[in-house]
Write a protein that binds this ligand. Structure first.
Ligand code: NDP
Length: 330
């Protein structure tokens, strides 16, 4: 099978030479295992952190070994009860064409509810991140004004639409291109701005229309978090989901410089990992499939073809080439 390996650890922005396409041999199927032909693999911002050799919530990738991460594939051989040839399964052995793994390490994608690729996006971890981050971590309630950064990305676009579907008074999104800003307005955001046009602080204030914000869903960190802290109302909540503005940083970044505002405004800032929100999976899947079905939530995908292009897709993701979920189709 062909697979992508980490050839060297990136310093700052990843580069093509940090990755290598290699061949490896698949093991025989043991009892309880399945052979999967991957159809889609997910490239995600958190993988950048795993390319550094530092202890974190997710173990670093080993050098010269296949990378891993979310994937959706088709079962082509099975020695496991409950998995049959033709099943679509979600699992963690991405970045490769074929995988042999324990059936218990896979979940069957309910392709009767949504297209297969959605199980790496809106119906999968991405969707659960948006759903649980907004409703459980930030404790969104109807009438709240919500700001989400990285809003045209996979998680962010869902956050804004879920907030609208659940009765937000105002939903504001930020993104990095005029095309993405236009897309957010099409998706039903009340206001959207390009963070490259002018300071986030000024643009957010204008977008909030004098009423402030009650919830900030942070995908970006840095200046965005600083601007949100300034704009949050008393009792406001922040779901700290990601800080992509800092993933390639080689030095600590200064913002937010106004964290002290959290005291006077009695703010709640809560970091979370989607892995800690799995108890909401069933509720999430029911509601998300309803929203997708009635059109109140829509999702975009940016699809790149070919395993050999997966490293470039990952690098492009960090540079903002994607609208919605970035996927590699094999
Ligand atoms: P996205 O689809 O949002 O892709 C990443 C986007 O980040 C790019 O498209 C780009 O869009 C934006 N971006 C890149 N650099 C910057 C920057 N310097 N400032 C502002 N925006 C930037 O990825 P995901 O939806 O998968 O992930 C979104 C965030 O959620 C990430 O921070 C990720 O780490 C986090 N996450 C956290 C999880 C958790 O369990 N806590 C689970 C899943 C994701 P643009 O053109 O707008 O710049």
């Amino acid at each position: 099978t062909r697979e992508i390996r980490l050839a060297s650890r990136p310093a700052g922005r990843p580069a093509p030479e940090n990755f290598r396409l290699a061949e490896s041999t698949l093991p025989e199927l043991a009892e309880g295992q399945i052979l999967v032909r991957n159809r889609y693999i997910s490239v995600d911002p958190y993988m950048r952190g795993r390319m550094n050799d530092v202890k974190s919530y997710s173990a670093p990738f080993a050098l010269d070994a296949a990378l891993d991460g979310g994937a959706l594939g088709e079962v082509i051989a099975s020695r496991a009860d409950g998995r049959k040839v033709g099943d679509a399964v979600v699992h963690q052995l991405g970045w490769r064409e074929f995988a042999v793994l324990d059936a218990s390490a896979t979940t069957v994608a309910r392709t009767d509810l949504a297209p297969a690729s959605a199980f790496l996006g809106a119906m999968g971890m991405t969707g659960l991140t948006a759903y649980a981050g907004l409703l459980k971590v930030a404790e969104f309630k109807p009438g709240d004004a919500v700001f989400v950064s990285g809003a045209a990305g996979a998680v962010g676009s869902l956050v804004g639409q879920i907030a609208k579907a659940m009765g937000a008074s105002r939903v504001i999104g930020s993104a990095g291109t005029p095309g993405k800003v236009a897309r957010l307005l099409e998706l039903g955001f009340d206001a959207a701005f390009n963070y490259r046009d002018a300071p986030v602080r000024d643009q957010l204030k204008a977008a909030a229309g004098g009423n402030g914000i009650d919830v900030y869903f942070d995908n970006v960190g840095g200046d965005h978090l600083e601007a949100a802290l300034a704009e949050l109302n008393v009792g406001g909540r922040v779901a700290m989901c990601g800080a992509i503005s800092q993933y390639n940083a080689t030095e600590a970044t200064p913002a937010p410089r106004n964290l002290m505002l959290a005291i006077g405004k009695q703010l709640t800032l809560r970091g979370f990992l989607v892995g800690g929100q799995r108890q909401h999976s069933v509720e999430f899947a029911e509601r998300m499939s309803t929203w997708l079905g009635d059109g109140s939530v829509r999702y975009d995908e940016t699809v790149v073809d070919g395993l050999e292009n997966a490293p470039q897709a990952f690098m492009d993701l960090l540079d903002g080439a994607n609208t919605g979920k970035m996927l590699v189709r094999l």
